[in-house]
Design a protein around this ligand. Structure first.
Ligand code: PEP
Ligand code: MN
Length: 262
């Protein structure tokens, strides 16, 4: 179902009135939702920059059980309130199949994170709702495994799936993961689903944000996902890779994304 052979035309996933899969789009926001004030500060800058989709994690799959685990439902409520205030749409990760139904009340796009790309019960649950799903490539998943994960969702009835290349694990240590730029044109060729590139989790650093975002768009990505925090030095997660507001504004100027409307 996700193969381009059977379905040659591009799938455009509508998130509110923003088409994903047409002109390149930007999804930006903090790694974790920490407070309403934090999300509000980021949202203002997104609106200034013409960005329509805000991201933020409320349920955080952290490597260490002692790290900040996210605000849970309270985080989703904060995102919803702030997004409604600014006319934004919410992208947030859900980790538990039992939470998918509840999440549809708060989020406009259900994110399935890299660590859960092959959580098949979660994929099936996401296939049973109508809310668009942003599916991230697993840390050690092949392109084919990513496409089969998408197939789980689509085959259960939800065709609104966005694929995200977010870097895979290699022996390279100067970046957190290795951005598999080759996956972008291959996914676009093999599948009709939109493909985004997460420049934050792939690199794990922010000094090269502009060139990797440009590379992603040049490779045919339908947009970029990036982490932005008002003060990354005090962020409760992923402090090293989150852009501050000025760095984000610079990224937006460098990319000159078209202003899209449906
Ligand atoms: C995220 O985007 O918040 C995240 C945890 O990313 P990933 O699942 O790609 O590690
Ligand atoms: Mn993060």
């Amino acid at each position: 179902l996700v193969s381009r052979k059977r379905h040659p035309e591009d799938t455009i996933v509508m998130v509110g009135d923003t088409p994903v899969g047409k002109e390149p789009i930007m999804i930006a926001g903090p790694c974790s939702v920490e407070s309403e004030e934090q999300v509000n500060t980021v949202a203002k800058v997104l609106v200034d920059q013409g960005v329509k989709l805000i991201r933020g994690g409320a349920f955080k799959p952290r490597t260490s059980p002692y790290d900040f685990q996210g605000l849970g439902i309270e985080g989703l409520k904060i995102l919803r309130r702030v997004a409604d205030r600014y006319g934004l749409k919410v992208v947030s990760e859900i980790v538990n199949p039992a939470d998918i139904e509840m999440a549809t009340e708060y989020v406009d796009v259900i994110q399935i994170g890299a660590r859960n790309m092959q959580n098949f019960e979660l994929l099936k649950a996401a296939g049973q709702v109508k809310t668009p799903v942003l599916l991230k490539r697993g840390l050690a998943a092949t392109i084919e495994e990513l496409l089969f994960a998408a197939e789980y969702i689509v085959s259960r009835g939800n065709s609104q799936v966005i694929l995200v290349e977010r870097g895979i694990r290699t022996y390279e240590k100067w970046t957190r993961n290795t951005l598999d730029i080759l996956a972008v044109p291959i996914l676009k060729q093999e599948s009709h689903l939109p493909v985004l590139v997460d420049i934050s989790h792939s690199a794990g650093r922010k000094d090269i944000a502009i060139p990797i975002a440009k590379a992603a768009l040049a490779a045919g990505a339908d947009g970029i996902m990036v982490e932005v925090h008002p003060d990354p030095s005090v962020a409760l997660s992923d402090a090293n890779q989150q852009l501050n507001l000025e760095e984000f504004t610079n990224l937006m100027s460098a990319l000159q994304l078209p202003v899209t409307s449906s």
